[in-house]
Design a protein around this ligand. Sequence first.
Ligand code: PEP
Length: 252
Amino acid sequence: MKKLIIANWKMNPGSQRDASRLAHFVGRGLRKAKNVEIVLAPPFVYLPLLSNFKLPTSNFKLGAQDTFWEKGGAYTGEISALQLKASGVKLVIVGHSERRALGESNEVVHKKLNAALGGGLKAVLCVGEKEKEREIVFPKIIRDELHEGLRKIKKSLIKNLIIAYEPVWAIGTGKADTPKDVYEMSILLRRELYKMFGKKIASKVPILYGGSVTAENAAEFVGRGMVDGLLVGGASLNAKSFVKIVEEVGAT
Ligand code: PEP
């Protein structure tokens, strides 16, 4: 199976011109990328720009960093899964810790996830513990994020679900987790998914790692860490670094 690498641009870059430049250099560097599926998740305002961009479509897909749970109506400032789909988006990130830090609850994450999957998008559910919860083998917070995010989601929609294990203390800090810990955590997550959806369905859910991924550590996470791909924040804003990450993963 191809490894999945998602570039989360967060609230960057600051202009259309810089967004074009970044997409251009990433696209040029990865024209011949092998064994990988790449998703660029820019801020909403750059989605039209990127969907018209000449990225090699066999490898690249368009992603979004969030969505709202209603289909349409009087919800100032929100964007629905249907609108994202109509804009060429194939995948949406849900429950990123930076959104949870702004007050997004598991209930809200659940509604967004359900709307995204029900609207025909792939959805990445982000889960991860804070530094102080680290000592526990499988922190309750992760179990809750997983169970509450996924409760009552129809089994038929799970084929479009992706889980991203993103320890909060590793995001944007330069302190990545170790491949060994990531491997152990992915086993615990998968076990939990088995309980919820049964082995046949759950074994197909890709599990990604995110948290200070660089060109230097990327291959280790998919190699020794045995994850199905990576969610990359900071390093995806530098075309050279991101291209190198994808190449390293593609070569594993
Ligand atoms: C992220 O935004 O999901 C992320 C993992 O960020 P970073 O790679 O900068 O740690």
